[in-house]
Design a protein around this ligand. Structure first.
Ligand SMILES: Nc1nc2c(ncn2[C@@H]2O[C@H](COP(=O)(O)OP(=O)(O)OP(=O)(O)O)[C@@H](O)[C@H]2O)c(=O)[nH]1
Ligand SMILES: [Mg+2]
Length: 236
């Protein structure tokens, strides 16, 4: 879709893939409650492949973590990242032209994140990981946040207020209350470690929540709760 068309249809526009795999939603496209919770802040949803980024954005826009097309659940397209931006940001043609140039479809996942962080200067980042992975892999996923996310925010330290890790697929990994607590503690520990000893990130509000966005379920309270926590840290 040409940039001009996007701008003309901005009011109706829900989300689109930009280049190959960058998903954008304008704040107006979110369900009312989330528009209020997130206020005017720009948000990025990042995370490794198949961690649930598209499902989370879909949940925010429709209240369900999947898209129905012709009566069937449509498999989400690959996304390097999802961004939630303000109408003001969306209507500034320069932003789109820059993003289009900077985020070509064949860009590496982390390069796309770096570019989006630089261009959007997000106030909040949701970093999704797949909680079904081993303890060691989960720790490694969280450690990645330093180089893949925070390193690019360093020059605009005033902007990023909060970073929450959503440990997704809780329908698989959080079988017992004990296991749920243990894994969240592990993630939280590693997350504190990532920012420890850095003056730049001393005031950054961190969070770790269990979420599930299983398309076969009827409700997603964990995700709702996690998003409210994130929203409170975002605007608080
Ligand atoms: N059971 C279950 N399935 C999930 C959950 N979250 C996402 N899924 C499914 O897992 C698959 C991957 O989710 P996506 O939302 O596409 O993840 P993504 O990070 O956008 O993936 P890529 O864009 O390919 O990197 C989809 O088929 C989702 O329906 C979850 O918490 N539980
Ligand atoms: Mg996706």
């Amino acid at each position: 879709m040409a940039v001009g068309v996007i701008l003309k249809e901005a009011v109706k526009w829900v989300a689109l893939t930009f280049g190959k795999d960058v998903l954008f939603a304008m704040k107006d496209a979110l369900e009312h409650q989330w528009r209020r919770v997130f206020a005017t802040r720009n948000i990025l949803i990042l995370g490794p492949k198949q961690s649930g980024k598209s499902s989370l954005l879909q949940y925010l826009t429709s209240g369900r973590p999947y898209e129905i097309v012709d009566g069937e659940i449509r498999a989400p397209a690959p996304t390097a990242l999802a961004a939630i931006v303000d109408r003001k940001f969306a209507l500034d043609k320069g932003n789109w032209l820059r993003l289009k140039r900077d985020v070509p479809g064949d860009l590496d996942l982390r390069d796309a994140w770096a570019q989006a962080i630089t261009d959007l200067q997000p106030h909040g980042v949701v970093y999704m990981i797949d909680g079904r992975r081993s303890d060691a892999d989960l720790r490694a996923d969280v450690r990645d946040i330093r180089d893949a996310v925070l390193a690019h925010c360093a020059t605009s330290a005033g902007h990023l207020a909060t970073l929450h890790v959503f440990v997704n697929f809780a329908d698989h990994w959080a079988a017992s209350v004990t296991e749920r607590r243990r894994r969240l503690r592990l993630v939280r520990e590693e997350l504190d470690e990532v920012t420890a000893g850095s003056h730049t990130w001393a005031a950054l509000r961190l969070g770790a929540s269990a979420t599930q966005l299983d398309p076969n379920k009827k409700s997603w309270e964990d995700a709702e709760r996690a998003l409210h926590h994130f929203g409170a840290d975002l605007t608080g």
